[in-house]
Design a protein around this ligand. Sequence first.
Ligand code: PLP
Length: 427
Amino acid sequence: PLNPLFPSPPDWLLEGAAHLWLPYSQMQTTPMTLPAVKTEGVRITLADGRELIDGISSWWTAAHGYNHPRIREAVSRQLDAMPHIMLGGFAHEPAMRLAKRLADVTPGDLAHTFFSESGSVSVEIAMKMAVQYWLNQGKHGKTRFISFRGGYHGDTIGTMSVCDPEEGMHTLFKGAIPQQLLADLPADREKEAALEAFIAEHAHETAAIVTEPLVQGAGGMVFHEPAVLAKLRALCDAHDILLIVDEIFTGFGRTGTLFACEQAGIVPDIMTLSKALTGGTLALASTTARKHVFEAFLGEDPDKALMHGPTYTGNPLACAAALASLELFEEEPRLEQARAIAAQMEEELAPAREISRVRDVRVLGALGVIEVDKLDDVNWFKQRFVEEGVWIRPFRNIIYITPPLVTGKEDLSRLTGAMLKVTREWA
Ligand code: PLP
C-alpha cells in the first residue's frame, strides 16, 4: 500500500516495492517505506525535501552522525586503492591496523579479533569459538549456552537459540528450533541465588554464558546494574564457563563509556561488536577473544584451528571506516557528548512520569526510554513522529531514542519534545 506520509513516491520506489522484501515487515499490510535520498549530520532528507532528525542513529549505528568527513575520506581513499581483497592468503593494512586498535581499546587482554559482517554472525562466531575452546582441550560435553530472558543477540538460527523465546521477535519459532538454557538476570539477592544454583547445575554442559551488558536492547531496553555483570563474571570463573559479552548495541559510547563492561570493571572472555563499529557506514562486526581463548586454538594440529571464514571477512573499506571512527572517538569528545545527552534527557524526559499510562522513564548514557503500559498501535506513533519531523521507532511498549552522540542541544530537545508531545496525545 501507498504510505499516507508519502502519497507520491518516486518511480524507483513504486517499481521496486513489489520486489524488495523488507526487514521485520508484514509485506501485505506494511505501507511503502519512506524514500530517503540524503543524510547529513543528524538529519535524513526525504525525496520531497523534508528533513527528519534521526533519533535512533539508523538502528544504533551512526554515532558520529551521518557523512562524517573523516570517515568519508578514509573510505574514499581505500576505495581508490583496493575496495576488497580476500583475507585468506593476503594481508592488508586496514584489517591489521584495526585488529591492533581493537586490542588497544577493548578491556584487559581482549586482543585477538575475527571479523565478519553482521552482529548476528559475530555472535555465532563467538558461540562457535566457545564450544571449540573446550573441544580443543578435550572437553566434549561443554556445548551448551546459558542466556537470559529479555536477551537479544540476532536473527540467525544459532543466535535465535540464545534470544528470549517468549517475548522477543522470534516467538513463532518457539519449540521449532532448539533453545539454549534460559535464565533470569537477577534483579535482587533472591534471584541471584536462583541463578547461582542454575549455573552450578548446568556448568558441566555449558560452554559459555551469553549476555548483553547493562542494557538488554531489542528485548525491551531493560537496564541492569553493573554488579549483575560482575556477578556473572565471578560465576563463570567459579564454574569454568566462558563469558561472552555482546556489546553490539552498547559498544562505542552508547552507555556513557566506550564499552559498557568497563562500568562493571570486568573483562569478558569474548566480546562481540558491530553497529557503531564503522560509525554507521559499512557492514562490519568483530569477535574479540582474550589471550587464553586464542591460545586454546594454537598447536601443531590443523584441526584445532578456527574453521570459519566469511568471504568478506575484514573487508578493507569497512575496516578503514572503523579505524576512522575509532580515531574520532579519540579526537572528538564523544563520551562527554554522550554524558551531556544523558543529563539533558534526564531533565527533559522527566515530565513524562506525569503522563498516565507511562510506567517508567529511564536514561543510561545516550539512551532515553519512556516505557508505557501497552502500545496498541505502534504505527500510529511512527506516523506521528514523522509528522513531527523526527525519526523515532517505538517497539512493543517502549518509546526510546538513541540519538547520534553528536546531536546538539536543540535537536535533542526536538526529539525529547516530540516524545512527550506524542505520548501525551496518545495517553
Ligand atoms: N546483538 C545485539 C545486542 C543487538 O542489539 C543486535 C542487533 O540489534 C544484534 C546482536 C544483531 O546484529 P545484526 O542485526 O547486525 O545481525
